[in-house]
Design a protein around this ligand. Structure first.
Ligand code: GAP
Length: 454
C-alpha cells in the first residue's frame, strides 16, 4: 500500500478553505462537533445520496422509497428498545470536570494532560461508569406536561418498521422487498469528534430488506457484498475497505449477526456502514406494542409469517468524509505541490469548469456560450477570476474532473482545450463536441489513479 499523504487536519483545512464543510455557529464561537455544509459540500453529499438512491431504486426493482417523520410516537422507542437500552457508558472526571465514553478511554485525551488518556494522569479522578441514554428529548405542544415528551429519532430505521403495513398495502410488494430512506438522525454522543465522522446530528441512508425467514442468511451475504461493491464502484480503493464481522458481545440488542464495512480513515480502520440481520425483532416488537398484525400473508397459499430483516445502514456524512479522504492527493508539478481531490467524476461537485484564458479579446463571451450549453447537461462552473494557473488549482482542490479553456485559437477555429484533472492531459477539440465528450467520460467506468501509484 502506498504511503498516503492525507491526514484529518488536511481534510478539515481543505473543507474550510474551499467551503465544503465548516464549524457551525462560528460567529457565536461554535457548538462543539456541529458542522455546516457549504456549496461544494452540499453538491458532494447530494451526489453521494443520489448514488445511494440510484443503487437502491433505479438499479433494482425490489426496493421502494420512504420519507418518515423525525418526531414519532414516543412508544416507538419503547418498542424498539431505545428507551431502555440505547445507552453508552459515561464517566466523569471530578478533577477536570470533563465527560468521557468509558469504552473509548484509550482513544481520548485527558482534560489536564492531552498526551495521556483519561485515568492515566496522577490527578485524574474518574467516577464509576453509568449508562447515559443518547436520545435527544424534547416536548410537543406549548406546555411541558406528562405525556408531552418526544424524542428526535436516533435512527431512520424505526420509521420504516412502523410503516411496514402501509408500504405492503400501497406498493403491492411481497418479500423479498426493501424500504429505503435517507434522513437526519440525532444522537447525544458523549464524545463526538474526528470532524464529521461522529457528530450529534447526521444523515443516515438506511434500507430495511424484508425476507422470508429461511432466506435471511442468503440476503445478508448479498447485501454485504453489494454495499462493499458500491464504495468500490464510486472510486474507494479496495485495499482501504474491509468487511469485519461483529463479535458476539458487540452485537446490538436486535441483531443476530452484523458486519461492518470499514474504511481505513487517517484515524485507523473505522465503521463506514453496518449490515445487520435484525431477524423479526422489530416487526414483532411493534406488533406487540401497537397491537397490530405486522406480517406477510400470501394470498395464494394463505401462508403467513413475520418477515426477517436485513439492514444495510450507512451514514451520508461519514461516506462523504471517506470519499474526501480517499480522493485527497498531493503531487509535485513543475516544482510546486499540486493539491487535488481525485473524486469519482459522478461524485465531483462540479463536473466541468469553463474558463477564458484571458478576460478580453472576446474570449469571455465564447466561454460563457459554452458554459450556458454545458450547464444544461451537467453541473458546470464559469471561472474567469485570477491567473489560469490559480483557477486550475482551485478547480483541482474542489475535485473538478475537467476544465475547458477558451484561448486565442478558439476565436480562429472554434476549438478549445479539454484538461483532465488526474492526468493533466490537454486535448483540443471542436466546441460542438465538448458536451458529448464530457457525457461519454462521465458514463465511463473510473478507477482512481492512486491505485496505479500504489
Ligand atoms: N439502524 C441501525 C443503525 O443506526 P448504526 O451503526 O448505529 O446503525 C449506521 O448507524 C451508520 O450511521 C453508521 O455506520 C455511520 O455511518 C452512521 N452514524 C452513526 N452514528 C453516527 C454519528 N454520531 N455521526 C455520524 N454518523 C453516524
Amino acid at each position: 500500500m502506498a504511503d498516503d499523504v492525507v491526514t484529518m487536519e488536511k481534510i478539515v483545512s481543505l473543507c474550510k478553505r474551499r467551503g465544503f464543510i465548516f464549524p457551525s455557529s462560528e460567529i457565536y464561537g461554535g457548538v462543539g462537533s456541529t458542522y455546516d455544509y457549504g456549496h461544494y459540500g452540499v453538491l458532494l453529499k447530494t451526489n453521494v445520496k443520489n448514488e445511494w438512491w440510484r443503487a437502491m431504486l433505479q438499479d433494482r426493482d425490489d426496493v421502494v422509497a420512504l420519507d418518515s417523520a423525525i418526531i414519532q410516537h414516543p412508544r416507538v422507542w419503547e418498542a424498539s428498545g431505545h428507551l431502555a437500552g440505547f445507552t453508552d457508558p459515561l464517566v466523569d472526571c471530578r478533577t477536570c470536570k470533563k465527560r468521557f465514553r468509558a469504552d473509548h478511554l484509550d482513544q481520548l485525551e485527558c482534560g489536564r494532560k492531552p498526551s495521556k488518556h483519561p485515568g492515566e494522569h496522577s490527578e485524574c479522578d474518574l467516577t464509576e461508569a453509568r449508562d447515559f441514554n443518547l436520545m435527544f428529548e424534547t416536548t410537543v405542544g406549548p406546555v411541558k406536561e406528562a405525556g408531552a415528551t418526544v424524542y428526535l429519532r436516533p435512527e431512520t430505521a424505526q420509521g420504516i418498521f412502523i410503516n411496514f403495513k402501509n408500504v405492503l398495502q400501497f406498493s403491492r410488494r411481497k418479500p423479498p422487498f426493501g424500504i429505503a430512506q435517507i434522513g437526519k438522525s440525532f444522537r447525544n454522543e458523549i464524545t463526538p469528534g474526528n470532524f464529521v465522522f461522529r457528530t450529534r446530528e447526521f444523515e443516515q441512508m438506511e434500507m430495511e430488506f424484508f425476507v422470508p425467514p429461511d432466506e435471511a442468511q442468503r440476503w445478508f451475504e448479498h447485501w454485504l457484498h453489494e454495499r462493499e461493491r458500491w464504495y468500490v464502484e464510486l472510486g474507494i480503493r479496495p485495499d482501504h475497505l474491509r468487511l469485519r464481522a461483529h463479535a458476539q458481545d458487540e452485537l446490538s440488542h436486535y441483531s443476530s449477526g452484523t458486519s461492518d464495512v470499514e474504511y481505513l480513515f487517517p484515524i485507523g480502520w473505522s465503521e463506514l456502514e453496518g449490515i445487520a440481520n435484525r431477524g423479526d425483532f422489530d416487526l414483532t416488537q411493534h406488533a406487540r406494542h401497537a397491537n397490530e398484525k405486522l406480517e406477510y400473508v400470501d394470498t395464494a397459499t394463505r401462508d403467513r409469517y413475520v418477515p426477517h430483516v436485513i439492514e444495510p445502514a450507512a451514514g451520508a456524512d461519514r461516506a462523504t468524509l471517506a470519499f474526501l479522504v480517499d480522493a485527497y492527493d498531493e503531487e509535485q508539478v513543475e516544482g510546486e505541490t499540486r493539491t487535488l481531490l481525485r473524486l469519482h467524476p459522478k461524485l465531483a461537485p462540479v463536473k466541468v469548469a469553463v474558463m477564458p484564458l484571458v478576460r478580453k479579446d472576446g474570449q469571455p463571451e465564447v466561454a460563457r456560450e459554452i458554459y450556458a450549453d454545458l450547464r444544461r447537461r451537467m453541473q458546470a462552473e464559469y471561472d474567469e477570476g485570477g491567473s489560469i494557473g490559480k483557477r486550475y488549482r482551485r478547480q483541482d482542490e474542489i475535485g473538478t474532473p475537467w476544465g475547458v479553456t477558451v484561448d486565442h485559437q478558439t476565436l480562429e477555429d472554434r476549438t478549445v482545450t479539454l484538461r483532465d484533472r488526474d492526468t493533466l492531459e490537454q486535448v483540443r477539440l471542436p466546441i460542438e463536441e465538448v458536451g458529448d465528450e464530457l457525457e461519454r467520460r462521465l458514463r465511463a467506468p473510473w478507477t482512481t489513479p492512486k491505485l496505479a501509484a500504489a
